[in-house]
Design a protein around this ligand. Structure first.
Ligand code: PLP
Length: 488
């Protein structure tokens, strides 16, 4: 392998990346290609003979770029953001450089230790109690690939804890009864989340083998920005208990995907505790805002929850993927997920003086994700990160005020952090038409949701390059599309 070639092409790639970021604003946000476009442009089979990096990059420029929807465009207001930053990219380059697979401490001690340290730093920054931190003793943080994986892992941990408790503290799985308790309990587990919870909650049940019929979709309260109706949760758990079923896992969301609703963790965790159910908090998007004390109210009650996860890869300047999860008691993750074949044994692990993150996740292999978080936390500092979040909330507030000042529009729910949901009072069809025109224009990209059957447009601010001028410009565009949609 000729690493001098890397030096040469690496410089070219850094230039490409820097040019991309400085020019992305000029590209259409949403890709305009048709399905299958790429197969028509690329050869049917991989090349037999080596090709040059230049040839590959030519295809990237000519064929791949047109098929990119530019998440890094300052007028990308869709879904939730996917942040990146130059410190994040540098850290990620280093992770690629070392390319260690840090599944156990011995496989690369720094990978494990840096992850525990950066997650303690970040956990402290968002105001988690010490009991969630590695330095707290029983708890700790881990980087999962995605919030969906965190939910699956938490669900598996909840099952290990429930089995152990039902066995008076004996080890949860593989306890020598030939799986009899597990078999007996399997038809009884019930999982709870609001009708606004992310679809990954249901997927977690599918993966864990819990039938969707026992995923209880608890109504949300329309009058309270579609947050979980805790009275309904209590009632559902009570009924299940009465029917001989076992409430296992409650998922509360801080910042739902549709409307940014905040479930009440104090009330939800009290309900979970009554039934000895695991309480998991999905703060995938909104969790980043908790680095600002003024937005941290959403985590009131977190001390009574068992696990929490959020995605710095959404809104904390850290490249995809980096989903940070904390638990109050790591023992249940280990009981659910630990398997140690001979070749993974180490003196340090046996002596319990280290943690092997392979026990905290589903795959064995894991990337050195904490490097990029380390770079981000250090290069921006907590102050820099806080002003980044505050800036986006201020931009969303500006957009919301413009919506409020135009009486053709309405907001079905209040602004939640940097998310504004709005629609035309004239109804679903013109609102849908407005969005279609806006996205076709290519100058901005938003997506919709449905709330109580109403078609609602979501404007999610969160791109590091978004400035006042982008918000003002998209508002002009929204107004222009509204004029047309209402006239049609
Ligand atoms: N939970 C919430 C509230 C989300 O908004 C999302 C995605 O936007 C997810 C979970 C899924 O995130 P991931 O892609 O990290 O699994």
């Amino acid at each position: 392998m000729d690493w001098e070639k890397f030096r040469e092409h690496g410089r070219g790639m850094v230039d490409f990346i820097s040019d991309y970021y400085s020019g992305v604003e000029k590209l259409p946000v949403k890709s305009q290609v048709k399905p299958g476009y790429l197969a028509e442009l690329l050869p049917r089979s991989a090349p037999e003979a080596p090709e040059s990096v230049g040839d590959v990059m030519k295809d990237v420029r000519e064929h791949i770029l047109p098929g990119i929807t530019h998440w890094q465009h300052p007028s990308f207001f869709s879904y939730f953001p996917a942040n990146t930053s130059y410190p994040g990219l540098l850290g990620d380059m280093l992770a690629s450089c070392f390319n260690v697979i840090g599944f156990s401490w011995i496989a690369s001690p720094a990978a494990t230790e840096l992850e525990s340290i950066t997650l303690d730093w970040l956990g402290e920054l968002i105001g988690l109690p010490e009991s969630f931190l590695t330095r707290g003793g029983k708890g700790g943080g881990v980087i999962q690939g995605t919030a969906s994986e965190a939910t699956i892992v938490a669900l598996l941990a909840s099952r290990a804890r429930a089995l152990s408790r039902d066995r008076d503290g004996a080890p949860a799985l593989d306890a020598g009864d030939g799986g009899a308790l597990e078999d007996a309990m399997a038809p009884k587990w019930c999982v709870y989340g609001s009708d606004q919870a992310h679809s990954s909650a249901k997927k977690a049940c599918m993966v864990a083998g819990i039938p969707l019929a026992r995923y209880r979709c608890i109504p949300s309260k329309r009058e309270d920005n579609y947050s979980l109706d805790v009275a309904a949760l209590r009632e559902a758990m009570r009924k299940d208990k009465e029917a001989g079923l076992r409430p296992l896992f409650v998922l509360a969301t801080c910042g739902t995907t549709s409307s940014g609703a905040m479930d009440d963790l104090v009330a939800a965790s009290a309900a979970a505790k009554e039934h000895d159910a695991w309480m998991h908090v999905d703060a995938a998007w909104a969790g980043s805002a908790c680095i600002c004390p003024e937005f941290r109210g959403m985590l009131r009650g977190i001390e009574n929850c068992d696990s929490i996860d959020f995605n710095p890869h959404k809104w904390l300047l850290t490249n995809f993927n980096c989903s940070t999860m904390w638990v109050q008691d790591k023992e249940w993750l280990l009981q659910a997920l630990s398997l140690t074949p001979e070749y993974l044994r180490s003196k340090e692990y046996e002596a319990k003086v280290v943690q092997d993150y392979r026990d905290w996740q589903i795959p064995l292999g894991r990337r050195f994700h904490s490097l990029k978080l380390f770079f981000v936390l250090r290069v921006f500092g907590a102050e820099g990160l806080r002003s980044f979040i505050r800036e986006h909330v201020a931009l969303a507030t500006r957009f919301r005020e413009m919506i409020e000042a135009d009486d053709r529009f309405e907001m079905p729910v209040p602004q939640s952090l940097s998310l504004v949901c709005f629609r035309l009072k004239a109804g679903n069809a013109p609102t849908e038409r407005l969005l279609e025109m806006l996205n076709e224009g290519g100058s901005a990209f938003m997506v919709h949701t449905k709330l109580s059957g109403d078609f609602v447009i979501r404007m999610a601010v969160g791109n590091p390059r978004t400035e006042i001028r982008h918000v003002d410009r998209v508002w002009e565009e929204v107004r222009r599309c509204a004029d047309v949609a209402l006239a049609e």
